[in-house]
Design a binder for this molecule. Structure first.
Ligand code: ZN
Ligand code: MN
Length: 488
């Protein structure tokens, strides 16, 4: 039967590295880029007798995430040991949380701008729908293993760093929604300063599980899990493949077995790794070394620290700066771009023009020079100055690109000084009007063409005026004067 006759159910487990100075249970430095195995101590190396000490900041950030996502916090949250034997975990157990995690329930909004670009455009509202969460718990990351032909290397720097696991309910229904879920969640985590959530750097990692069942069947089909999908588009691709594979097998009468598969993004195929272990395989038990956490003081403290969420920001941008919805969406989708915008918008009288520059003009220039908005050599204040120069009629939008090029290499210049050094001056409107009158008088044939309704000839007149002007006026202004003089 066609794929559309199957109901698709998707659930996600997202691991997110919390941006902290130190590890979860010891005072070793967190963060990456250090020599392997230099940020280690008896606790994070699992030496016998070494005792863990809680990182309060990581608890606060997890609670803050929960508050941003509308979770509730149990009065007491506790720690559990998840036992397994592998080289990335020297204690042979991961300190995690099983039945009393820090945050329970909650939901992730799917923002309209977070869907894949090739997807059917969503309605203008900020939130398309919300996806239910099961819980959020806090745990420690494992060490990083790198496998070579006949041997493996292990870096314990990452071992014991704070890791937040955000577990959704099986509430997603398509690969596109899954993509939007990851993107929306990433934006919220960045908004709250919880994590940089860069999937390429492994700061945000995602496991998906997906099952199919024929329409009308109540119970879910066998859950197939795919681990460590390292980008949003990889997660989407893996799901598209997996849904088709399961549908095909179900069509042939092959029952699905709960299992874990590995997605190979280069091959575009998934392969069975193992049939799924259940939670009891890990012999979870309460950690005797850590006392439970009373959540109330953290909830109270973090309620004071709630940041503006992306949907609230989108609404504010539209109201405060009179931005069209598409512009507000584009800015909210990129935290760095949004911050740049707000600084520049505060320094000019034309915030809509700032948005237009940031969304349309600047990106191709930055891309060509392999820069990002964060490394853009032109400051928001300078860009605001450039927009004011255009607004004051000193140069046209097109001419402003030349000014921008000069500013790019001369960061000490103001936009006004750069425009002046390129010979752009505020137009003497009286002189310009006199010139327009002269050009009109000199070109009776062209004027006759315009009078017959051929508006293309207006451009010819504008060109004549531009040619005879030094410095060059704003061509838009010239056209305006011409049409006014001709009474059009
Ligand atoms: Zn340590
Ligand atoms: Mn985990």
């Amino acid at each position: 039967m066609p794929i559309s006759d199957y109901l698709v159910t998707i659930g996600l487990e997202v691991h997110c590295q919390i941006k902290t100075q130190t590890k979860m249970f010891c005072s070793c430095k967190a963060g990456f880029g250090y020599e392997p195995n230099t940020n280690v101590c008896p606790t994070c190396l699992g030496m016998p007798g070494a005792m863990p000490v809680l990182n309060e900041y990581a608890i606060e950030r997890t609670v803050l995430t929960g508050l941003m996502l509308g979770c509730s916090m149990p009065p007491v949250s506790k720690w559990d040991r998840k036992n397994y034997f592998y080289a990335d975990m020297p204690k042979n157990y991961q300190t995690s949380q099983l039945d009393l995690p820090l945050c329970i329930g909650g939901e992730v909004p799917l923002y309209s701008w977070a869907f894949p670009p090739d997807c059917k455009k969503k309605a203008d509202g900020a939130v398309v729908r919300t996806v239910k969460l099961d819980h959020i718990h806090l745990e420690e990351d494992a060490a990083k293993l790198t496998h070579f032909g006949s041997y493996s290397l292990v870096d314990y720097n990452r071992g014991g760093t704070p890791l937040m696991e955000i577990v959704s309910a099986p509430d997603l229904t398509s690969p596109e929604e899954t993509y939007a879920y990851l993107k929306s969640l990433q934006q919220i985590l960045i908004c709250g300063g919880i994590s940089d959530a860069d999937m390429e750097k492994g700061q945000m990692r995602c496991d998906v599980n997906v099952s199919l069942r024929p329409k009308g069947q109540k119970e879910l089909g066998a859950k197939i899990e795919m681990k460590n999908l390292n980008s949003m588009s990889a997660a989407r691709r893996a799901l598209i493949y997996e849904i088709a594979r399961q549908a095909e097998e179900l069509d042939m009468g092959i029952a699905q077995v709960q299992s874990t598969r590995r997605w190979d993004d280069d091959l575009g195929e998934s392969f069975v790794m193992r049939t799924k272990e259940n939670a009891h395989d890990y012999r979870y038990h309460t950690c005797p070394d850590l006392i439970p956490v009373h959540t109330a003081p953290y909830v109270e403290k973090m309620q004071q620290a709630l940041p503006e969420l992306p949907d609230a920001r989108q609404k504010r941008l539209m109201e405060q700066y009179s931005l069209p919805v598409a512009d507000a969406n584009a800015l909210v989708a990129d935290a760095a771009l949004c911050a740049y915008f707000e600084t520049a918008a505060a320094a000019t009288t034309a915030p809509r023009k700032v948005a237009n520059w940031l969304i349309n003009t600047l990106p191709p220039i930055l891309a060509e020079k392999e820069l990002t908005i964060a490394t853009c050599p032109v400051s928001p204040q300078t860009l605001a100055g450039l927009i004011d120069v255009v607004e004051e009629g000193i140069c046209s939008t097109n001419q402003a690109k030349d000014v921008l090029a000069l500013l790019w290499d001369n960061q000490e210049l103001t936009a006004a000084a750069a425009a002046a050094s390129l010979g752009f001056k505020k137009t003497d409107v009286g002189a310009l009007e006199a010139l327009v009158e002269k050009i009109i008088a000199d070109n009776p044939k062209v004027v006759a063409g315009i009078r017959e309704g051929n508006m293309k000839f207006v451009n010819a007149l504008t060109g004549q005026v531009m040619k005879n002007s030094n410095p060059k006026p704003n061509p838009k202004l010239v056209t305006e004067i011409i049409t006014a003089k001709l009474g059009l």
